[in-house]
Design a protein around this ligand. Structure first.
Ligand SMILES: Cc1cc2nc3c(=O)[nH]c(=O)nc-3n(C[C@H](O)[C@H](O)[C@H](O)COP(=O)(O)OP(=O)(O)OC[C@H]3O[C@@H](n4cnc5c(N)ncnc54)[C@H](O)[C@@H]3O)c2cc1C
Length: 416
Protein backbone atom coordinates (compact mmCIF):
# COMPACT_ATOMS: atom_id res chain seq x y z
CA UNK A 1 0.00 0.00 0.00
CA UNK A 2 1.37 3.48 -0.86
CA UNK A 3 2.01 5.92 1.97
CA UNK A 4 0.46 9.38 1.58
CA UNK A 5 2.83 12.08 2.82
CA UNK A 6 2.31 15.83 3.06
CA UNK A 7 5.54 17.86 3.14
CA UNK A 8 5.12 21.36 4.62
CA UNK A 9 7.67 23.86 3.27
CA UNK A 10 9.16 23.89 -0.21
CA UNK A 11 12.72 25.05 0.47
CA UNK A 12 15.72 22.86 -0.26
CA UNK A 13 14.88 20.58 2.71
CA UNK A 14 11.19 20.12 1.84
CA UNK A 15 11.93 19.66 -1.87
CA UNK A 16 14.70 17.12 -1.12
CA UNK A 17 12.42 15.23 1.27
CA UNK A 18 9.59 15.20 -1.28
CA UNK A 19 11.82 13.79 -4.03
CA UNK A 20 13.44 11.12 -1.87
CA UNK A 21 10.04 10.09 -0.47
CA UNK A 22 8.64 9.80 -4.01
CA UNK A 23 11.70 7.80 -5.07
CA UNK A 24 10.93 5.48 -2.15
CA UNK A 25 7.41 4.94 -3.47
CA UNK A 26 5.37 7.44 -1.43
CA UNK A 27 2.51 9.53 -2.80
CA UNK A 28 3.71 13.04 -1.93
CA UNK A 29 2.02 16.44 -1.73
CA UNK A 30 4.26 19.44 -0.99
CA UNK A 31 2.72 22.70 0.19
CA UNK A 32 4.34 26.12 0.59
CA UNK A 33 2.89 29.40 1.84
CA UNK A 34 4.74 31.13 -1.01
CA UNK A 35 6.37 29.87 -4.22
CA UNK A 36 8.61 26.89 -3.35
CA UNK A 37 12.27 27.87 -3.21
CA UNK A 38 11.61 31.52 -2.36
CA UNK A 39 12.61 31.29 1.33
CA UNK A 40 16.20 31.02 2.49
CA UNK A 41 16.95 28.57 -0.33
CA UNK A 42 16.48 31.29 -2.95
CA UNK A 43 19.74 33.23 -2.96
CA UNK A 44 22.34 31.41 -0.88
CA UNK A 45 25.93 31.07 -2.05
CA UNK A 46 25.19 27.75 -3.75
CA UNK A 47 28.04 25.90 -2.10
CA UNK A 48 28.08 22.13 -1.75
CA UNK A 49 31.28 21.97 0.22
CA UNK A 50 31.84 19.11 2.71
CA UNK A 51 35.08 20.87 3.77
CA UNK A 52 32.95 23.66 5.19
CA UNK A 53 30.60 21.62 7.38
CA UNK A 54 31.16 23.28 10.73
CA UNK A 55 28.33 23.84 13.23
CA UNK A 56 27.83 27.48 14.27
CA UNK A 57 29.08 27.00 17.86
CA UNK A 58 32.76 26.10 17.36
CA UNK A 59 35.41 26.09 20.11
CA UNK A 60 37.32 29.40 20.12
CA UNK A 61 34.37 31.17 18.52
CA UNK A 62 33.51 33.07 21.70
CA UNK A 63 36.70 35.14 21.85
CA UNK A 64 36.62 35.85 18.11
CA UNK A 65 32.96 36.84 18.15
CA UNK A 66 33.37 39.23 21.12
CA UNK A 67 35.47 41.48 18.87
CA UNK A 68 33.02 41.13 15.99
CA UNK A 69 29.99 42.08 18.08
CA UNK A 70 31.28 45.61 18.54
CA UNK A 71 31.72 46.22 14.83
CA UNK A 72 28.57 46.93 12.75
CA UNK A 73 30.34 45.69 9.59
CA UNK A 74 31.52 42.42 11.17
CA UNK A 75 30.63 38.94 9.87
CA UNK A 76 28.57 38.18 13.01
CA UNK A 77 26.16 40.54 14.73
CA UNK A 78 23.73 40.12 17.59
CA UNK A 79 21.61 43.14 18.42
CA UNK A 80 21.67 43.59 22.23
CA UNK A 81 18.27 42.53 23.56
CA UNK A 82 16.70 41.02 26.67
CA UNK A 83 14.36 38.79 24.70
CA UNK A 84 14.00 35.52 26.69
CA UNK A 85 14.17 33.51 23.43
CA UNK A 86 17.50 35.14 22.50
CA UNK A 87 18.97 34.73 25.99
CA UNK A 88 18.00 31.07 26.18
CA UNK A 89 19.34 30.50 22.62
CA UNK A 90 22.66 32.15 23.54
CA UNK A 91 23.00 30.11 26.74
CA UNK A 92 22.53 26.86 24.82
CA UNK A 93 24.89 28.13 22.11
CA UNK A 94 27.65 28.80 24.69
CA UNK A 95 27.25 25.34 26.22
CA UNK A 96 27.63 23.74 22.78
CA UNK A 97 31.04 25.35 22.19
CA UNK A 98 33.25 22.46 23.18
CA UNK A 99 35.70 20.27 21.32
CA UNK A 100 33.94 16.93 21.89
CA UNK A 101 30.58 18.24 20.66
CA UNK A 102 32.18 20.02 17.70
CA UNK A 103 33.97 16.85 16.57
CA UNK A 104 30.84 14.74 16.73
CA UNK A 105 28.78 17.42 14.90
CA UNK A 106 31.42 17.88 12.20
CA UNK A 107 31.58 14.13 11.56
CA UNK A 108 27.81 14.04 11.12
CA UNK A 109 27.59 17.20 8.99
CA UNK A 110 30.45 16.12 6.72
CA UNK A 111 28.82 12.71 6.20
CA UNK A 112 25.49 14.39 5.32
CA UNK A 113 27.30 16.83 3.00
CA UNK A 114 29.24 14.09 1.23
CA UNK A 115 26.11 11.99 0.71
CA UNK A 116 24.23 15.07 -0.54
CA UNK A 117 27.04 15.98 -2.93
CA UNK A 118 26.97 12.48 -4.41
CA UNK A 119 23.19 12.68 -4.87
CA UNK A 120 23.32 16.23 -6.34
CA UNK A 121 26.00 15.18 -8.84
CA UNK A 122 23.75 12.30 -9.94
CA UNK A 123 20.77 14.68 -10.23
CA UNK A 124 22.82 17.14 -12.27
CA UNK A 125 23.06 14.57 -15.09
CA UNK A 126 19.34 15.02 -15.81
CA UNK A 127 18.91 18.60 -14.49
CA UNK A 128 22.06 20.35 -15.76
CA UNK A 129 20.21 23.41 -17.13
CA UNK A 130 18.49 24.26 -13.86
CA UNK A 131 21.24 23.32 -11.43
CA UNK A 132 24.33 24.57 -13.27
CA UNK A 133 26.30 22.18 -11.05
CA UNK A 134 30.08 22.56 -11.24
CA UNK A 135 32.80 20.74 -9.35
CA UNK A 136 35.69 23.19 -9.27
CA UNK A 137 36.64 23.01 -5.61
CA UNK A 138 36.75 25.84 -3.07
CA UNK A 139 39.51 28.32 -2.29
CA UNK A 140 39.66 29.35 1.36
CA UNK A 141 41.71 32.52 1.13
CA UNK A 142 43.22 34.69 3.84
CA UNK A 143 44.93 38.07 4.06
CA UNK A 144 46.73 37.46 7.35
CA UNK A 145 48.87 34.77 8.98
CA UNK A 146 46.13 34.10 11.55
CA UNK A 147 43.54 33.78 8.77
CA UNK A 148 45.75 31.29 6.95
CA UNK A 149 46.10 29.33 10.18
CA UNK A 150 42.29 29.31 10.52
CA UNK A 151 41.99 27.84 6.99
CA UNK A 152 44.52 25.14 7.89
CA UNK A 153 42.57 24.43 11.10
CA UNK A 154 39.45 23.97 8.99
CA UNK A 155 41.34 21.39 6.91
CA UNK A 156 42.50 19.61 10.06
CA UNK A 157 38.95 19.34 11.41
CA UNK A 158 37.82 17.75 8.13
CA UNK A 159 40.77 15.49 7.27
CA UNK A 160 39.82 12.59 9.59
CA UNK A 161 36.47 12.43 7.77
CA UNK A 162 37.82 12.38 4.22
CA UNK A 163 38.21 16.10 3.39
CA UNK A 164 41.22 16.77 1.16
CA UNK A 165 42.99 20.13 0.81
CA UNK A 166 46.21 21.69 -0.48
CA UNK A 167 47.88 24.40 1.63
CA UNK A 168 48.65 27.37 -0.64
CA UNK A 169 51.31 30.04 -0.82
CA UNK A 170 50.26 33.40 -2.31
CA UNK A 171 51.89 32.44 -5.64
CA UNK A 172 50.19 29.06 -5.82
CA UNK A 173 46.83 30.67 -4.97
CA UNK A 174 47.23 33.09 -7.89
CA UNK A 175 48.30 30.29 -10.19
CA UNK A 176 45.06 28.43 -9.40
CA UNK A 177 42.89 31.57 -9.53
CA UNK A 178 44.55 34.40 -11.51
CA UNK A 179 41.77 36.87 -10.62
CA UNK A 180 43.00 36.97 -6.98
CA UNK A 181 45.07 39.90 -5.78
CA UNK A 182 48.66 39.22 -4.67
CA UNK A 183 49.92 37.69 -1.39
CA UNK A 184 46.79 35.78 -0.45
CA UNK A 185 47.47 32.30 0.88
CA UNK A 186 45.07 29.70 2.19
CA UNK A 187 43.84 26.23 1.37
CA UNK A 188 42.39 24.74 -1.82
CA UNK A 189 39.75 22.06 -1.26
CA UNK A 190 39.58 20.11 -4.51
CA UNK A 191 36.43 17.99 -4.13
CA UNK A 192 33.86 20.70 -3.50
CA UNK A 193 31.05 21.84 -5.84
CA UNK A 194 28.62 24.71 -6.37
CA UNK A 195 25.27 25.16 -8.09
CA UNK A 196 22.43 27.63 -8.55
CA UNK A 197 20.42 27.56 -5.28
CA UNK A 198 16.92 28.27 -6.65
CA UNK A 199 17.66 26.16 -9.75
CA UNK A 200 18.52 23.23 -7.48
CA UNK A 201 15.16 23.44 -5.65
CA UNK A 202 13.42 23.64 -9.03
CA UNK A 203 15.41 20.65 -10.30
CA UNK A 204 14.37 18.57 -7.29
CA UNK A 205 10.71 19.49 -7.79
CA UNK A 206 10.87 18.83 -11.54
CA UNK A 207 12.34 15.41 -10.87
CA UNK A 208 9.68 14.87 -8.18
CA UNK A 209 6.93 15.82 -10.63
CA UNK A 210 7.99 12.91 -12.87
CA UNK A 211 7.29 10.61 -9.91
CA UNK A 212 3.90 12.15 -9.17
CA UNK A 213 4.81 14.71 -6.48
CA UNK A 214 1.99 17.26 -6.26
CA UNK A 215 3.22 20.80 -5.53
CA UNK A 216 0.75 23.30 -4.02
CA UNK A 217 2.10 26.87 -3.81
CA UNK A 218 0.43 29.61 -1.73
CA UNK A 219 -0.94 27.05 0.71
CA UNK A 220 -0.14 27.93 4.30
CA UNK A 221 0.02 25.44 7.16
CA UNK A 222 -2.09 26.87 9.99
CA UNK A 223 -2.20 24.16 12.61
CA UNK A 224 -2.71 20.49 13.39
CA UNK A 225 -6.07 18.99 12.48
CA UNK A 226 -7.74 15.76 13.52
CA UNK A 227 -5.78 13.49 15.90
CA UNK A 228 -6.50 10.00 17.24
CA UNK A 229 -5.14 8.70 20.56
CA UNK A 230 -3.26 5.39 20.22
CA UNK A 231 -1.94 4.23 23.59
CA UNK A 232 0.48 6.85 24.95
CA UNK A 233 0.83 8.69 21.67
CA UNK A 234 -1.34 10.31 19.04
CA UNK A 235 -1.73 9.77 15.32
CA UNK A 236 -2.16 12.89 13.21
CA UNK A 237 -4.82 12.48 10.55
CA UNK A 238 -4.94 15.97 9.04
CA UNK A 239 -3.54 19.50 9.07
CA UNK A 240 -5.34 22.82 8.70
CA UNK A 241 -4.20 24.96 5.79
CA UNK A 242 -5.28 28.19 4.11
CA UNK A 243 -6.76 25.99 1.35
CA UNK A 244 -8.65 23.69 3.74
CA UNK A 245 -7.98 20.49 5.66
CA UNK A 246 -5.40 18.06 4.21
CA UNK A 247 -5.27 14.39 5.14
CA UNK A 248 -2.28 12.03 4.96
CA UNK A 249 -0.60 9.05 6.64
CA UNK A 250 2.57 10.98 7.54
CA UNK A 251 3.56 14.67 7.72
CA UNK A 252 7.00 16.25 7.25
CA UNK A 253 7.57 19.75 8.69
CA UNK A 254 10.29 21.63 6.81
CA UNK A 255 9.49 25.31 7.41
CA UNK A 256 13.05 26.59 7.87
CA UNK A 257 13.30 29.70 10.05
CA UNK A 258 9.49 29.85 10.32
CA UNK A 259 9.46 26.59 12.32
CA UNK A 260 9.92 28.13 15.78
CA UNK A 261 6.50 29.81 15.70
CA UNK A 262 4.81 26.39 15.40
CA UNK A 263 6.67 24.78 18.32
CA UNK A 264 3.78 25.09 20.75
CA UNK A 265 1.30 23.77 18.18
CA UNK A 266 3.54 20.76 17.48
CA UNK A 267 4.17 20.22 21.22
CA UNK A 268 7.93 20.80 20.84
CA UNK A 269 10.47 23.44 21.77
CA UNK A 270 12.00 24.52 18.45
CA UNK A 271 14.59 27.17 19.37
CA UNK A 272 15.38 28.26 15.83
CA UNK A 273 16.48 31.85 15.29
CA UNK A 274 17.21 33.42 11.92
CA UNK A 275 20.84 33.95 10.90
CA UNK A 276 20.23 36.83 8.53
CA UNK A 277 22.64 36.96 5.61
CA UNK A 278 22.86 38.91 2.36
CA UNK A 279 23.70 37.96 -1.18
CA UNK A 280 24.33 40.39 -4.01
CA UNK A 281 24.64 39.65 -7.72
CA UNK A 282 27.23 41.82 -9.44
CA UNK A 283 27.93 42.13 -13.16
CA UNK A 284 30.63 39.75 -14.43
CA UNK A 285 34.06 41.14 -13.52
CA UNK A 286 36.74 41.87 -16.09
CA UNK A 287 38.89 39.48 -14.10
CA UNK A 288 36.16 37.03 -13.19
CA UNK A 289 37.08 34.14 -10.83
CA UNK A 290 36.41 30.58 -11.98
CA UNK A 291 36.59 28.93 -8.58
CA UNK A 292 34.34 29.80 -5.57
CA UNK A 293 36.28 31.68 -2.90
CA UNK A 294 35.82 32.18 0.84
CA UNK A 295 37.63 35.14 2.39
CA UNK A 296 38.35 33.82 5.85
CA UNK A 297 38.72 37.11 7.76
CA UNK A 298 35.44 38.56 6.49
CA UNK A 299 33.53 35.28 6.04
CA UNK A 300 32.55 36.43 2.56
CA UNK A 301 31.53 33.79 0.01
CA UNK A 302 32.16 34.50 -3.68
CA UNK A 303 30.54 32.31 -6.30
CA UNK A 304 31.16 32.72 -10.04
CA UNK A 305 28.02 32.49 -12.19
CA UNK A 306 27.68 32.21 -15.96
CA UNK A 307 27.39 35.96 -16.63
CA UNK A 308 27.66 37.49 -13.17
CA UNK A 309 29.15 37.05 -9.73
CA UNK A 310 27.42 36.24 -6.44
CA UNK A 311 28.86 37.70 -3.24
CA UNK A 312 27.30 36.53 0.04
CA UNK A 313 27.93 36.84 3.75
CA UNK A 314 27.26 38.14 7.28
CA UNK A 315 25.21 36.51 9.99
CA UNK A 316 22.95 38.64 12.14
CA UNK A 317 20.94 36.74 14.72
CA UNK A 318 17.26 37.78 14.49
CA UNK A 319 13.76 36.50 15.13
CA UNK A 320 11.85 36.67 11.81
CA UNK A 321 13.16 40.15 11.02
CA UNK A 322 13.52 40.43 7.25
CA UNK A 323 14.59 44.09 7.14
CA UNK A 324 17.70 45.06 5.18
CA UNK A 325 20.61 47.00 6.70
CA UNK A 326 22.30 48.57 3.69
CA UNK A 327 25.56 49.12 5.56
CA UNK A 328 25.91 45.42 6.36
CA UNK A 329 25.01 44.48 2.80
CA UNK A 330 27.62 46.88 1.39
CA UNK A 331 30.19 45.48 3.85
CA UNK A 332 29.90 42.10 2.09
CA UNK A 333 30.88 43.65 -1.26
CA UNK A 334 33.58 45.72 0.44
CA UNK A 335 35.03 42.50 1.87
CA UNK A 336 35.11 40.83 -1.55
CA UNK A 337 36.85 43.91 -3.00
CA UNK A 338 39.82 43.22 -0.73
CA UNK A 339 40.75 40.16 -2.77
CA UNK A 340 39.18 40.73 -6.21
CA UNK A 341 39.18 43.68 -8.59
CA UNK A 342 35.63 44.90 -7.99
CA UNK A 343 34.76 48.49 -9.01
CA UNK A 344 34.34 51.05 -6.20
CA UNK A 345 30.56 51.41 -6.76
CA UNK A 346 29.43 48.31 -8.61
CA UNK A 347 25.89 47.91 -9.89
CA UNK A 348 23.84 45.50 -7.75
CA UNK A 349 21.93 43.41 -10.30
CA UNK A 350 20.04 41.77 -7.45
CA UNK A 351 20.24 42.09 -3.71
CA UNK A 352 18.66 39.59 -1.36
CA UNK A 353 18.49 38.60 2.28
CA UNK A 354 17.59 35.28 3.81
CA UNK A 355 17.24 33.85 7.32
CA UNK A 356 19.35 30.76 7.94
CA UNK A 357 17.40 28.50 10.33
CA UNK A 358 19.88 28.34 13.24
CA UNK A 359 19.60 26.00 16.22
CA UNK A 360 21.81 26.80 19.23
CA UNK A 361 23.84 23.58 18.89
CA UNK A 362 24.33 23.98 15.13
CA UNK A 363 22.57 20.74 14.17
CA UNK A 364 19.20 20.30 12.47
CA UNK A 365 16.09 18.77 14.02
CA UNK A 366 15.63 15.63 11.95
CA UNK A 367 13.34 12.79 12.95
CA UNK A 368 10.03 11.75 14.47
CA UNK A 369 8.19 13.37 17.35
CA UNK A 370 7.52 10.60 19.95
CA UNK A 371 4.25 12.24 21.03
CA UNK A 372 2.93 12.16 17.43
CA UNK A 373 5.10 9.55 15.66
CA UNK A 374 3.69 10.19 12.17
CA UNK A 375 4.96 13.79 12.43
CA UNK A 376 8.57 14.15 11.18
CA UNK A 377 10.64 17.30 11.66
CA UNK A 378 13.23 18.46 9.12
CA UNK A 379 14.39 21.97 10.00
CA UNK A 380 17.26 23.97 11.51
CA UNK A 381 19.95 23.44 8.86
CA UNK A 382 21.76 26.72 9.71
CA UNK A 383 24.41 27.73 7.12
CA UNK A 384 24.44 24.30 5.47
CA UNK A 385 20.91 23.59 4.24
CA UNK A 386 21.81 23.35 0.57
CA UNK A 387 24.86 21.22 1.01
CA UNK A 388 23.19 18.83 3.47
CA UNK A 389 19.79 19.03 1.72
CA UNK A 390 19.48 15.93 -0.39
CA UNK A 391 21.15 13.75 2.28
CA UNK A 392 18.65 15.12 4.80
CA UNK A 393 15.84 14.31 2.35
CA UNK A 394 17.15 10.75 2.14
CA UNK A 395 17.24 10.58 5.95
CA UNK A 396 13.61 11.77 6.12
CA UNK A 397 12.52 9.20 3.50
CA UNK A 398 14.19 6.39 5.48
CA UNK A 399 12.51 7.55 8.70
CA UNK A 400 9.07 7.75 7.06
CA UNK A 401 9.21 4.68 4.84
CA UNK A 402 11.63 2.32 6.63
CA UNK A 403 11.27 3.49 10.22
CA UNK A 404 15.00 4.30 10.36
CA UNK A 405 16.17 4.77 13.93
CA UNK A 406 16.69 8.30 15.24
CA UNK A 407 20.17 9.83 15.59
CA UNK A 408 20.22 11.29 19.14
CA UNK A 409 22.30 14.25 17.91
CA UNK A 410 19.43 15.23 15.59
CA UNK A 411 16.58 14.29 17.94
CA UNK A 412 13.77 16.85 17.39
CA UNK A 413 12.84 16.65 21.08
CA UNK A 414 16.32 17.43 22.43
CA UNK A 415 15.35 21.00 23.43
CA UNK A 416 11.87 20.11 24.74
C1 LIG B 1 23.64 34.61 2.60
C2 LIG B 1 23.44 33.13 2.73
C3 LIG B 1 24.33 32.25 2.12
C4 LIG B 1 24.20 30.89 2.27
N1 LIG B 1 25.02 30.03 1.59
C5 LIG B 1 24.85 28.69 1.70
C6 LIG B 1 25.65 27.80 0.93
O1 LIG B 1 26.48 28.22 0.13
N2 LIG B 1 25.47 26.46 1.09
C7 LIG B 1 24.53 25.95 1.98
O2 LIG B 1 24.44 24.74 2.12
N3 LIG B 1 23.71 26.79 2.66
C8 LIG B 1 23.85 28.12 2.54
N4 LIG B 1 23.02 28.98 3.23
C9 LIG B 1 22.00 28.39 4.14
C10 LIG B 1 20.82 27.82 3.37
O3 LIG B 1 20.34 28.78 2.48
C11 LIG B 1 19.73 27.36 4.35
O4 LIG B 1 20.30 26.48 5.30
C12 LIG B 1 18.60 26.64 3.62
O5 LIG B 1 18.10 27.43 2.58
C13 LIG B 1 17.47 26.26 4.56
O6 LIG B 1 16.52 25.57 3.79
P1 LIG B 1 15.08 25.23 4.37
O7 LIG B 1 14.39 24.42 3.33
O8 LIG B 1 15.21 24.67 5.74
O9 LIG B 1 14.40 26.66 4.57
P2 LIG B 1 13.72 27.64 3.49
O10 LIG B 1 14.44 27.61 2.21
O11 LIG B 1 13.55 28.95 4.15
O12 LIG B 1 12.32 26.95 3.22
C14 LIG B 1 11.27 26.97 4.17
C15 LIG B 1 9.99 27.06 3.37
O13 LIG B 1 8.89 26.87 4.27
C16 LIG B 1 7.85 27.70 3.80
N5 LIG B 1 6.93 27.94 4.92
C17 LIG B 1 7.18 28.63 6.07
N6 LIG B 1 6.09 28.65 6.85
C18 LIG B 1 5.13 27.96 6.19
C19 LIG B 1 3.76 27.65 6.48
N7 LIG B 1 3.16 28.04 7.62
N8 LIG B 1 3.06 26.92 5.56
C20 LIG B 1 3.65 26.53 4.40
N9 LIG B 1 4.91 26.82 4.08
C21 LIG B 1 5.65 27.51 4.96
C22 LIG B 1 8.55 28.98 3.33
O14 LIG B 1 7.75 29.71 2.42
C23 LIG B 1 9.80 28.41 2.70
O15 LIG B 1 9.67 28.22 1.29
C24 LIG B 1 23.13 30.36 3.08
C25 LIG B 1 22.21 31.24 3.65
C26 LIG B 1 22.36 32.62 3.49
C27 LIG B 1 21.34 33.52 4.10
Amino acid sequence: MRTDVVVIGGGIIGASSALQLARGGAQVTLIDQDIPGHGCSYGNAGWMTPCFAMPLPMPGMLIKSMGWLLNPESPLYIKPSLSPDLLSWLTRFLFSMNEKKAKSSIELLIALSQESLRLYEELSHTQADLMKFEKKGLLMISQTASGRQAAIEELKWGEPFGVIGEILSGERAQELEPSLKKNLGGVYFQNEAHAEPLGTVQALLKEGLKLGVKVVPHCQFQGLGHRVQIGESQSLKSIKTSLGEMFADQFVFAMGSWSKAFGQELGLNIPILGGKGYSIILPKLQRQPKIPIMLIEKKVAITPRENSLRVAGTLELVDQDFSITQRRMDAVVKGARQILEIPEKPQYLESWRGLRPCTPDGLPLLGRSPAIPNMVLACGHQMLGLQTGLGSGQFVAEVVLQNRSQDPRLDPTRFT
